[in-house]
Design a protein around this ligand. Structure first.
Ligand SMILES: [Zn+2]
Ligand SMILES: [Zn+2]
Length: 396
């Protein structure tokens, strides 16, 4: 036999690892390398088989003891100990072993949750809750700010209306599968292993339908298009999740439906920017109002409100209007509205207005523009140092 890796190394566990620890390590590897997750990947398949084989040995106290004592030799064919068959696991064996390790006895949670119930052995006649669904919905800024009503159309899987989920045609019903006696699994012997595998006759459901329902071809489930009224409360933001109880996938065989979660994505707005509950808006004001002071109307979520501009307001100045932002979804608080001032330079002035402005320009003093005056002063200082060190020819 070719060199096989040590079982403990394969699972990455210590030689004294507990059963629980071994199972956890195997689960992690199996999830990573499962063929359903790595279609067509031979290397992943080999890893999956290797991990499953190691698990099959270490998870069984007797086999583990044999392995600890003799290593792989304990399982070679014809070694006189009757432990043949190991080391020749094919992918079908591995999948079955995996299914019996996690498919049964654990509520089916891992297996069904991860691989959509493939090979699961849950009986069809069992009532079960429908799956929760997620729906991503893009909404306008206004809808987030003021709330809205929307109607969604969703395709939802639920019990077939014709057979009410039984999968059986009218007058027919589900019968207990005779091959597996309703257990859904059959036991086969494969060398050393006793394998539990899904019953081939009933596909693991434990039941059999002689005359399948024509509407759902015996599936018991059908896809229906359903309209859902959605009320969006004011104040929601991107990432807000609305839960609609009972609007998810239909339950099986009369089980309760799952929930629908609508995840919101708010489109940006070109007038208002948003930061949590606060809103921001940039407002250009005329140069003369910035200079002399005055009042301008600024847009807010609640309409225009007057804003006092003090004389000498510079561009970039931000005024905060308390309580004029967005409402909190629970109605407990409200954000603020921030107005950033920019100065708009007038264009296309009439001749006489231009003349007035020119006269104004001629009459302003250096002290009317203190920042400009400061800049001139600093520049002059800089040039004086420069000229002292490197006198330019021609400069006096
Ligand atoms: Zn049906
Ligand atoms: Zn069966």
């Amino acid at each position: 036999m070719s060199q096989k890796r040590d079982c403990y190394d394969v699972l990455g566990v210590a030689r004294d690892a507990t059963e629980n620890h071994i199972k956890k390590a195997y689960r992690k590897l199996a999830m990573k390398y499962h063929p359903d997750r790595n279609p067509g990947d031979k290397e992943a398949e080999e890893k999956f088989k290797e991990a499953t084989e190691a698990y099959e040995i270490l998870a069984d106290a007797e086999r583990r003891q044999m392995y600890d004592q003799y290593g792989w030799a304990a399982f070679e064919r014809g070694n006189g100990r009757g432990f043949g068959g190991m080391g020749h696991m094919d992918i079908e064996d591995a999948l079955r072993a995996f299914a019996s390790a996690f498919g049964g006895g654990m509520g089916g949670g891992f297996f069904e949750g991860l691989f959509g119930g493939m090979g699961g052995s849950r009986s069809r006649s069992e009532r079960s809750r429908g799956a929760d669904l997620r729906y991503d919905l893009e909404i306008a800024f206004e809808e987030a700010a003021f709330g809205a009503k929307r109607e969604l159309t969703l395709d939802i899987v639920e019990d077939c209306g014709t057979c009410h989920g039984t999968g059986a045609a009218a007058g027919s019903k589900r019968e207990t599968c005779t091959q597996c006696g309703g257990r859904g699994t059959v036991v086969t012997s494969n060398g050393f292993f006793q394998m539990r595998q899904p019953c081939p006759r009933c596909g693991g459901t434990g039941e059999y339908v002689r005359n399948p329902c024509p509407a759902c071809r015996g599936q018991g489930r059908a896809k229906v298009s359903r309209r859902i009224e959605l009320t969006i409360p004011a104040g929601v933001d991107t990432g807000s999740r609305l839960r609609l109880a009972g609007k998810g996938e239909g339950g099986a065989r009369g089980g309760p439906p799952g929930d629908l979660f609508v995840v919101l994505h708010v489109r940006p707005h070109d007038l208002f920017a948003r930061d949590g509950l606060d809103t921001h808006c940039e407002v250009p004001i005329p140069f003369h109002i910035a200079t002399l002071g005055g009042e301008v109307q600024v847009p807010t979520l609640r309409g225009d409100v007057p804003l006092k501009i003090p004389a000498g307001t510079q561009p970039g100045k931000v005024f905060t209007l308390r309580g004029l932002g967005l409402p909190d979804v629970r109605g407990r608080s409200t954000g603020d509205h921030h107005v950033a001032i920019t100065i708009e330079i007038p264009t296309d002035l009439a001749r006489n207005t231009s003349d007035l402005l020119a006269a104004f320009g001629a009459s302003v003093k250096e002290t009317n523009h203190p920042r400009l005056a400061a800049l001139r002063r600093k520049a002059k200082q800089f040039y004086s140092h420069k000229n002292a060190m490197n006198p330019t020819p021609g400069d006096s």
